[in-house]
Ligand binder design. Sequence first.
Ligand code: ARG
Length: 470
Amino acid sequence: MATEKNTVKPWGGRFSEDTDRFVEEFTQSVSFDRRLAPYDIQGSIAHVAMLARVGVLTEDESGQISGGLSAILSEIEAGKFTWRQELEDVHMNIEAALVERVGEVGKKVHTGRSRNDQVATDLRLFLRAEVDNIQSLLLQNMDTLVTLAEQESASLMPGYTHLQAAQPITFGHHILAWYEMLKRDRQRLGDCLERINVLPLGAAALAGTRFPIDRSVSADLLGFSALAGNSIDAVSDRDFIIEFCAAAALIMLHLSRFSEELILWLSPGFGFIDIDDAFCTGSSIMPQKKNPDVAELVRGKTGRVYGDLMTMLTIMKGQPLAYNRDNQEDKESLFDAVDTVKLCLEAYLGLVPSIRVNRKAMLAAAQKGYLTATDLADYLVMKGVPFREAHAVVGNLVQYAIRQGSEMEDLELSELKQFHEGIEADVYDYLTLQGSVSARDHAGGTAPARVREAVAEARRYLATLTADDG
Ligand code: ARG
C-alpha cells in the first residue's frame, strides 16, 4: 500500500510509483539518526563555505544556505522541528526543511556531495565529540581513584590469586591497579581518535566529484586533522566505529571487573567495604538486604557493549566496496556503546567516593592464611638456602602450622628451627604483614611509600592532561 507521493523525496525523480509503506518504514533511519543533526548541519555549513571559496557557489548563496541551516538547528534544539519518516533520514529531512525555508537556493546544498560522504562525516564529527566526553569522564574517574588510593596507601589487605589469599598488599596499591587500567583506556581512545578525525567529504558517492573542490578547506573548517586518502574507502569503511567499540568494550570490561570486586568486598564473607546507602538498593521482600545494584548493573551492561562491537564487526564483514545500505545499521550500536559507557563511568564517579573502607576487616583477613610464607622463603634464601629448597621447607612448615591451628608468627622459635636450623630470632620481622609490604619497595611495588609515590606521579600526570583539556 502506498502513502506519500515520491515527489516529496529528494531522489523521487526516477520513480513513477510510490514507496510501499512497509518499505518506507523498513528503510527509514530518521527515528534514530536525527541525533546526528547538529553534526549534519555543521558539515553542510562547512561544505557550502568551501563551495563558495572555490567559486562553485556565490558567497551570497553560501550565506543564505548557512543562515537557513543555523535556523533549522535552533528549531531542532528547541524541539520544534517536524521530522518526517517519508524523508527517510536526517540528511533528507534537513535538506527538505532548508528548501522550504530559503527556497530554490537550498537545492544547491548537495552540490558535489552525496549522502554517503555526508553520513560518514556526521558520524566522525559525532564520535570525535563523544570520545572527548568519554575521555573527560575517564579523567575524573582516575582522579577519584587516586584520592582513594592516597587515603588507603598503608591499609593492609590480602592480595589474591585464584581468589585465594596470596600475599599481603596495601589497599591503595590495589586501587592504583584500577587507575592504570583506566589510564590505558583513555590512551586507547586517544589512539583511536587519530583515525576518527579524518575527513571523508569530497568522496561524494564513491568516485569523488568533478567540481573543483578544495577538501583541505572543509577539513580546516571542521577541525579534521587529515583527508581520507581514497574516496572509495572514505565512504565504505566503518573501522573507526569498530575500533571505538573495541575501546569501549575494554572500558566496560575494566568497570565490570571493578564491579565484581566491589560486590565481593561488600558481601558479608569479605566485609572489606561498605557503600553509602545512597548508592545501594534494597530488596522488596527481604527487609535486611542492602544490595550493590549499581555495580551489578555496570557489570551487566558490559554485555550490551560487547554486543555493539560484535554487531559492527558483522555489519562490515560481507560488504563489497563501496557504500552499502547495511551501514545504516551502524548507528544504533554506536549510540548504544557511547551512551552505555558514559552512563557507567558516571555511575562510578558516584560509586567510588561512596566506598567506606573497613580497614579492620581487611587486616583480619590478611592475618589469616599464611600470607607471608613467601617472605619466609625469601628469608631462608637470604641465609644462603637455594630458593627451591626454601620453598619446600616453608611448605612443610605451613602444613605443620595448619595442623597446629596456628599462624606462623605464633610458633616458637624452637618449633620453627625444627624445619631449618638457619632460622633465627630475626625471622619474626619477615613474618609480619607490615614488614612484608614495606619490603616490596621497588618501582611498581606495594610498599606504602611506593604507593604514595605512585599517587604523586598520577597526580602530576592528571595535571598535564587537565592542562591539555583546558
Ligand atoms: N541513512 C543512510 C545511512 O545511514 C545515509 C546514506 C544513504 N545513502 C544511500 N546512498 N542510500 O547510511
